[in-house]
Design a protein around this ligand. Sequence first.
Ligand code: PLP
Length: 477
Amino acid sequence: MKTIFEKSSGVDGITLTDSEANINFIDKSYLRNGEVGLPCVSELDVMRHYKCLSDMNFCIEKGFYPLGSCTMKYNPKVNEFLAGLDGFNIHPEVKDDFAQGALELMYNLQNALLKITGMDAITLQPSAGAHGEMTGMMIIRKYFDNIGEKRSKVIIPDSAHGTNPASAKMAGFDVVEIKSNSKGQVDIEALKAVLSPDVAAIMMTNPNTLGIFEENVKQVSELMHENGSLLYYDGANFNAIMGYTNPKLMGFDVVHLNLHKTFSTPHGGGGPGAGVVAVIDKLAKFLPVPVIDFDGERYYRNYKLPDSIGNVKDFFGNFSILVRAYAYILMMGNNLKNVSENAVLNANYLKEKLKKYYNLPYDEPCMHEFVITGEKQKEEKGISTLNIAKALMDENTHPPTVYFPLIVHEAMMIEPTESESKEILDEFVNTMIKIAKECNSDSQKILSAPHNTCVKKIDEVSAARYPDLNYKGNKNV
Ligand SMILES: *Cc1c(COP(=O)(O)O)cnc(C)c1O
């Protein structure tokens, strides 16, 4: 596709008047003395250009998006409308008395999320799952400082999301990894072997990143608490258990939720998000300030938590995401339980349909997601999981999460989410079977995929490490 510079026709899209700005104070060496070099295109051409660019992107509105652990589900459009209401467009410095509606919404959302998690107190401030993890770990650290115990270690299973060890480390802990057992779950003996008086906490995801529910979670929590340690629950994928159980019942002390996954916000590409953190009673006083309170008459921002870890984000956090989450919870009502039911049903359906064609390393009932592999295709035809992912892009399907979790070779982590119909799931199954068959009959086609996308295989590492966003003229295009 041509860049907007190449499309430049010399037609002025806009007429600018002479600048009246006083630029005398700017050093001459900084002033431009040649042409600006901006493209000249009409408004209609600009619109077409950006529409074409957006068409090149894949999104949930275009097709199935089973990106494991990311919960790319349908986000009701009415939530977008509500988040955009005038009354919610308020200045973050406004006095509490002029923001009663917004504060009431936050207060009610806090209560709803406390019910859902079973916890006692909550902060809505963190702006991502990983941010919530770091907040939770800082709370745990402050707790031990407060009771005068020196505990420097955090235990994390090898199946954990990569953000977990990073967050623990950023909060000043040393990470101790433990291996999973043959069922893909926390190995109790391995856990016992690393328990010592300087262990502050364990960070667990349940179901873990293999999509498997940790059967021994109660035993883990008893062992940790006997050791004087705390339990952190990574609740990013709450659509696996919501309404059926909660982290409090499992014995956890701190949990973060990703509102931008479970509670509906269009996300991806790094934001925006809301990684709220809920805690049990004895940790409430360490929460970031302000928390939203109600004195029976008015809602207010409460800064009076003397043991608070402080602010983790300016003002309220990502407020418009809180609006979406609250709208979603109200809309779902008692059906929140059905969300988990359908998420788990859909994942198990796909797993059973696909296991004849792809390796299934842990053949257990799964929760909201599961992991298959391209190992068979790799061994037999030299086709990697990456090739299979690229082939899926030709079929109007977003690839699953690949090469994660790290403990599974050639992993494909599939999360259909609750909002997809059986017809769409069957279409995906057929596509995956077609690709599995083509790996045998036409391996060259799969190895050279994608064929229909606007760019082929991009150098993602260089794109991320050395982004060069300046147009350099035709020679570099
Ligand atoms: C998505 C996810 C995270 C991180 O959330 P971000 O909002 O991307 O920071 C952490 N843990 C698990 C299990 C996740 O799926």
